[in-house]
Design a protein around this ligand. Sequence first.
Ligand code: ADP
Ligand code: MG
Length: 584
Amino acid sequence: MIDKLTLDLKQFPVTPYIAHPYALQANFTGRKQERKMLTDWLTGGNHPMLSVIAIGGMGKTALAWYWLMEDIKGSDEQPRKIVWWSFYDYESGFGRFLKKAIEYFCDDEVDWNSLESTRDQMEFLYKILCDNRFILVLDGVERVLRAYYNLGSPYQGDEVKEDERVDFRACIEPNCGMFLQWLGSGNPRTKTLLTSRLFPKELDDFDGVVSKGLKAMDKEDAVDFFKRQGVKGTRAEIEEVCRAYGFHPLSLRLLSGMIIRDLRYHCDIKAWTRHNPLPKLLPKEHNILELAYNSLDEKKQRLISRISAFRSPMNYDTVAIFNDFGSEEKFNGVLRELVDRGLLFREEKRAKVKLDMHPIVRWYCYKERLTDKEKVHSKLRDYFATIPEPERIESVNDLTSVIELYQHTVRAGGYDEAMVLFHNRLHGDLYYKFGAYQTIIELLRALSPEREDKVPRLKNELAQAWTLNALANSYANSGRSREAISLFEMSNEIYKKQDANKQHLAICLGNLADNQMRIGELKVAEANFRRMIEISREIKEGFEEAVGHRKLGQLLAYQGEFGESEKEIEAAIKIAQKLGEKTK
Ligand SMILES: Nc1ncnc2c1ncn2[C@@H]1O[C@H](COP(=O)(O)OP(=O)(O)O)[C@@H](O)[C@H]1O
Ligand SMILES: [Mg+2]
C-alpha cells in the first residue's frame, strides 16, 4: 500500500519550472484550432518537436503560454515536469538553460563534478528527456540564431537582411544547434515546443520536427477581442478596422488599447476611424506603432522611450528613476495607462511587479523615437553604478548589475571607461572562473559598434590590442577559430608597432598559430610558432620560448616530422628545467 502510494506520488505533477514568466495581457481570445493542434501533438503525435514560426507580434508566445497554462496545466495531460524557457530575457543563453534545466529535473541533487563540460551536461540532460515524458517550451529561439544574436537584439526589429549573412538562421553556438537536433530526432519521450521568428537551420529536413506557421487572428476572434477590450461598434465596423491592419495580434492590441484609452474616441470605433482614415494597403506594423506612440502626449512618449532603453524586464523601483510626473500616484496612473494601451506588459505573478515590453515595441520606442539616447544611457549607467556587487560571485548571474553597468556605459558613449570596467571587474570571473565565452563575445563586440572586424573604438592602442586578443580567445574557446584568427591578426599588427610589448606579441602569435593549426593551415602556423620563439629569445622570455618550442614540436609531430618534433620538445624541456631551477 505504502509502495503504491509512493509510486502514485512519483507520478504526480510537480510545480513547473517557469524560468521567465510571460506577462500575458488581458483578454487573450480564440486560437482554438491552434491550441487543439498543440494538444493533439502533445498527446498523440509522433513528432518529438513542434515549432511555431511567425513574424514578431503574431502571438507565438501568447499562444504557447495560454495553451500551457490553461489547457495543459491542471488537466489529465499535464506531464510530471514542465520547463518554460524564454530566450528573450537577459542571461538566458544556452549554457544557463542547460544548468537550470538539469537542476530542476534532478530536484537540485546534481553532481556537477561529473558534468564538467557542456557536452557532458547536454548528454546528461538529453538522457533525462529521453526517459521521461516531460514538456520543454523554448520560447523566442530566434535570439540564439545569428540573425538576432548581438548586443542590439533587445532593441532589434523584424527586418533581417537575408542575403547579408549566409547562415543567418544558424545557431550561434554549435552546441545549441546540436542539442536542438537531438531533441528533434530519435525517440525522446519529452516533447519540445519551440517558438521563433525564424526556423533554425540545424533543424532543416529533420523528420522528428513538425513546423507550423502561425497565421493572423481569425476575424471572429478579432472582433470578440475588441469587444472584450471595451471597444464599441458593430461587428462589421470592427472587422473592417481589424482587416485594414491584417488581423495582426500585436497591432490589434495596440489599436484597441488606443481606442479605449484615448479620450477623443470614447471607446467608439467610428470616432476613431473619423480621425484615422483606414490605410488602403496593408500597413507595416511600423505604422500602427507610430499611431499608438503619437497618440500619447509628449511626456508619456518620453517615458515609454526611456523605459525602452532597459534591456530586460524591470522592477517598478527601477523604472521609477524616470518619474518626472510629480507624485507616485500620477506615475502609477501613467504606467497603468501604458499597460492598458498594450505598450507595457505587466507581469504580476512574481512577488514584485515586473514591467516588460514586446520586443517590437521596444525596438520602435528605442530605435526610432528615443532622441537623447546617450543621456538616457548615462542615467542608467549612474543608476546601475549604485547597485552593490554581491559579496560572493558564484555565477554569471551575480555579475548582472556590473554587466548592465557596462552595457549602458558603452551606449552612453563611454567606450574607454567600459573597457576598463570590463578588464577590472568582469574579465577575470567571466573568462577564468565561468568560461562564459559567449557573454564575453557579446560584451566586447559592442566596443566595435560599426563592424566586428574593425578595431575597437578605444583611444589607447594597447587597450585595443588587449580587447581584440580577449575577444579572439573567447572565439577560439567557442570553437570559432576563423573569427579568432582575423582578430589575433589585428591585435598582432598593433603589438608589432610597439617595441615595449614584444612579450604580448609573442603570446598573441602563439594564440594565432594555435588556431591556424586547428583549421589546417599548418605552414603559416609553423612560421608563426618560429617567430614566437625568435621574439621570446630576443627579449629573454624563457617561459614564452618554452611554450613556443612545445607547440612547434606538437605541430611537427602532426606532420609526421618526428625527429624535428623531438628536438623542439627537448628544447622546451631544457628551458623549463632552467626556469624551474631559477625559481627554487
Ligand atoms: N489570441 C490573442 N488574443 C489577444 N491578444 C493576443 C493574442 N495573441 C497575441 N496577442 C497579443 O499580441 C501581442 C503579441 O503577442 P506575442 O505572443 O508576444 O507575440 P510574438 O511572441 O509572436 O512576438 C501581445 O500584446 C499579446 O497580448
Ligand atoms: Mg514572443
